[in-house]
Design a protein around this ligand. Structure first.
Ligand code: NDP
Ligand code: ZN
Length: 162
């Protein structure tokens, strides 16, 4: 199922992401440690999605590092290689664009992503939708929660067949 190097690189990815997200919390009322989220995404890919490709699992663990921390693409390439970097870049928004444009681009680009990136996106959305239901951002109104779910539905529609 995987070679001898796989557990080592998965541990390395958990360690890398944990250090990068160490000062961050999720937006829920309990301010859950951020690292729980990428671990959940990777574990869902393994447990529910049946994903056995190490590069996809590693990229899932790293999926929010470029977008939400000071991590550079070069760091990811040096530590995990070009394939993992490509996957992480595919699931990273261009932060130079306004938020509304980024949200529209997620909808437009979802169908064009590689199979690995689509799987990561889907697991990410599954967990964010779960969080919006079970432990939503503390300051979001019911309307904002609904808007978030409506947008997610549009992105996920573009991931159909994943
Ligand atoms: P944000 O992008 O600000 O926040 C949602 C993201 O936060 C998720 O996609 C997830 O991303 C992360 N996250 C962290 N903790 C949680 C949690 N507990 N539950 C769910 N998600 C969590 O939200 P929007 O996309 O709604 O906002 C887009 C823009 O619209 C923002 O600039 C906001 O200021 C603005 N806005 C929107 C309003 C509305 O009614 N829709 C009202 C006011 C402002 P990840 O997995 O990548 O960490
Ligand atoms: Zn995420």
């Amino acid at each position: 199922m995987f070679d001898e190097a796989t557990p080592g690189v998965l541990l390395q990815a958990v360690q890398f992401a944990a250090h990068k997200h160490q000062d961050q919390r999720r937006k829920d009322q309990q301010a859950t440690p951020y690292i729980n989220h990428p671990i959940d995404v990777a574990a869902t890919l393994w447990q529910v999605g049946g994903v056995r490709e190490t590069a996809i699992l590693v990229a899932a663990l790293l999926h929010d590092t470029l977008e939400d921390t000071a991590t550079t693409p070069e760091e990811i390439r040096a530590a995990f290689g070009a394939t993992v970097l490509e996957l992480v870049l595919e699931v990273t928004d261009d932060k130079s664009l306004p938020k509304a444009v980024r949200k529209q681009l997620q909808v437009a680009h979802a169908p064009q992503k590689s199979p690995g990136a689509r799987a990561i996106k889907l697991a990410d959305k599954i967990h964010n939708v779960h969080d919006v239901g079970a432990s939503p951002p503390a300051d979001w109104s019911p309307q904002r929660l609904r808007d978030y779910l409506d947008w997610t539905e549009q992105v996920v529609a573009g991931l159909r067949g994943t």
